[in-house]
Design a protein around this ligand. Sequence first.
Ligand SMILES: Nc1ncnc2c1ncn2[C@@H]1O[C@H](COP(=O)(O)OP(=O)(O)OP(=O)(O)O)[C@@H](O)[C@H]1O
Ligand SMILES: [Mg+2]
Length: 483
Amino acid sequence: MKKTELQKVRILLVDDTPTNLAVLSESIQDQGWTTLFATDGETAIEQAEYAKPDLILLDVMMPGIDGFETCHRLKSNKLTAGIPIIFMTALSESTDKVKGLQLGAVDYITKPFKQEEVVTRVGMQLRLHRMTQQLEYNNELLNQKVAEQAQTQAQLQQLTQDLEARVQMRTAELSQALENLKQTQMHLVQSEKMSSLGQMMAGIAHEINNPVNFIYGNLKPAEDYFKDLIGLVEHYQTCYPSPDKTLQEHIETLDLDFLTEDAFKLLESLKIGADRIREIVLSLRNFSRLDESEVKAMNLQEGIDSTLLILQSKLRSNVNGQQIEVIRAYGDIPKVECYPSQLNQVFMNILANAIDALYEAIQTSKMSPAQAPKITVTTAINLSGEAVIEIVDNGPGIPEAIRTKLFDPFFTTKPVGKGTGLGLSISHEIVVEKHNGSIFCLPADNGGTRFVIKIPCKQPVEEAPIFTHDPFYKKDTITATHS
Ligand SMILES: Nc1ncnc2c1ncn2[C@@H]1O[C@H](COP(=O)(O)OP(=O)(O)OP(=O)(O)O)[C@@H](O)[C@H]1O
Ligand SMILES: [Mg+2]
């Protein structure tokens, strides 16, 4: 405890000679200090424990335990260890003085006393002791402050960490929400686009199908009737080889021989045309396959052919006198279990991109007129039992930096209104998530672009249906029931 100047200073005098005690007491009390007395070591220890003096003046030579032993015990006792001790000794040997200092005493006074020396030494030790106490006190305060500051800093650090964690969590939540929103938007746009395209195709196919069937169905009877009529005319000519002049002139004007020969050719080309229309109708129905929402075994080549047929007008649009040639290199592959209309969408997206890239390159002279634009479609089966479809174009290719973003939703390099940037991201979802397959894009050997699609021939049983027209439909989502 810190003592102020006003508090009384108490000094314990330990000496077995009463005269010494009296002399010392007098000089000490003259300074306004209070004195306590003990005439042997044991009593001195008891007093020191009880009264806690500010300083002890301790005689060395005493009956019972001597001053050194008393000092040793006082310094070993927690209660009294901090009290400064000054030895009083008649001995002048320096070894005893050293021993006293080694035991923890702060000073020594040699008998006979000189009053001034006693007072000066005691006063100095008291000041020193007080300053030490003050220092200890300040040190304690400082340590407390440091500890408080460390605690505040730790709290601050904790708060910062919490805040950072919350910001991170919130950011993750927001990114997730944004991702969900993008997906939802993507499905909305795509399902809208595909359902209207599919419905339109199915509608057209249906409308054309009926009249084309009339034509196709009546061609054979028409040919038979015509044959009968020609037979009749020939019969007439046999029975009446010399008709009258006007009939002869009519036959010559008609050029009956040419008409007979050409009419059959005409009927033949009508048949070819009707066949073609029937093929187109079939392809349209094949492509849209709206009725099929379950996994079906599909002939992939048929799907690709239907898609190419639908893209026919796009393929034939003559840009700068150039037309795209499509090379089909189909391998012998089994039917593949899949959602046919969805795989057709994938073919459609990739082929349409290739056509766009080729025509754009021709228009912007990125391709020389000598370089014939072409798309090669190959199909094969690999050792893992996957159908592998490759669509390669000899267009300008895709720079590495862009290739990494191709499958990101809404990524497009096309001008506003020309591309939504959804084609490839939807294709990726269809191939990877709905068919457990893979799709990637590589640079082609000819500098163009190569898309590789791999679809396992067999799908796991009971897959969830895909692309319901509900934009909020999500695979693996358990819908909560509202009570
Ligand atoms: N064969 C290709 N050659 C060159 N670039 C291509 C090719 N295929 C795709 N790309 C690039 O990839 C981008 C993304 O294609 P994606 O089909 O996803 O979107 P899009 O064609 O721009 O728009 P849409 O939603 O109408 O399909 C295209 O904008 C184009 O830059
Ligand atoms: Mg596209």
